[in-house]
Design a protein around this ligand. Structure first.
Ligand SMILES: [Zn+2]
Length: 291
């Protein structure tokens, strides 16, 4: 039986999103204005809460125009002048890069995140460390942290109880798939994170990149199937004998433009790392073969 060449078929290339928009009674979004091959139109940052002191969830890359739009969105959409707190999904620069701008505009507000020593740019004395299942309450909203390592070891998704909505950060994106870095990432942990998210009662996913997801279970299952297919394709590619990473990329990513092959190679390395941990492949002088 022929297997499909890919499972996730949409992408964020060329996608446009508004500067800011209201998404639900409790959630508004402000675009980070940091477009790129991996960020799509840019990072989605979120104003969470219907009160005069909402929470800011993620801060984008630190692009000045984002902070201007944040102030506009706070006034026009949230009718608020103050932020309660900032919560951050993980210490990648397109998520915690705007903390300083937000504080310039809204004062020295508290920043909550799970620590990642050596990677946190928010200084330890101005960061409030939260644990893997912290509960954050503001006026009318409750966010429950869910530790979802794999994309990054400190990654927290946040479950908005009042809407049964999940802020997935970079674990699940609105289109395309996420990068699992082959050094700081861990695909085995990532798969485990996806399986745990699948058990939640979710109606909506607010991803950090791309549009809102209204079919959460289907999307998460698609992400799991996508990685399982990649595992299979790599094992198939190695059936003929040992291969270097780039040779595997060229065999599998036939429908991906060449400028994305280095990123694809990182992804393949993440898969090989996982398959190695499972003792299904082994490396010898940069060539991989089946165990
Ligand atoms: Zn990230």
């Amino acid at each position: 039986m022929d297997r499909p060449a890919r499972i996730v078929t949409d992408s964020m290339i060329g996608m446009k999103l508004p500067d800011y928009a209201r998404l639900s009674p409790r959630v508004a979004t402000v675009l980070g204005h940091n477009p790129g091959p991996f960020t799509g139109p840019g990072t989605n940052t979120f104003i969470v809460g219907a009160s005069r002191r909402p929470i800011l969830l993620d801060t984008g890359q630190g692009v000045p125009i984002w902070a201007d739009f944040l102030v506009e969105a706070m006034t026009e959409l949230a009718h608020a002048r103050e932020l309660d707190r900032i919560v951050v999904t993980h210490a990648h620069p397109d998520h915690d890069g705007g903390v300083a701008q937000a504080r310039e505009r809204f004062g020295d507000i508290m920043v909550l995140k799970m620590p990642w020593p050596g990677h946190d740019k928010v200084s330890a004395d101005s960061m409030t460390a939260i644990g893997p299942d912290a509960v954050i309450e503001a006026d009318g909203v409750t966010l429950r942290a869910i530790h979802t390592p794999g994309h990054a070891p400190d990654h927290l998704c946040y479950y908005l109880l009042e809407e049964r909505a999940l802020f997935t950060g970079d674990v699940v994106l609105g289109a395309g798939t996420t990068v699992i870095p082959d050094d700081t990432g861990d695909l085995g942990q990532y798969m485990d994170s996806l399986h745990r998210l699948l058990e939640l009662d979710i109606e909506t996913i607010y991803p950090a990149h791309g549009p809102v997801i209204h079919n959460p279970k289907e999307k998460i299952r698609e992400y799991i199937a996508h990685r399982q297919l990649r595992d299979r394709q790599i094992l198939d590619a190695l059936e003929q004998g040992p291969l270097e990473v780039m040779a595997i990329v060229k065999k599998i990513y036939t429908d991906v433009p060449e400028y994305l092959h280095p990123a694809a190679a990182r992804s393949v390395r993440s898969h090989l790392k996982k398959l190695g941990q499972e003792r299904r492949v082994t490396e010898h002088e940069q060539r991989w073969s089946l165990e």
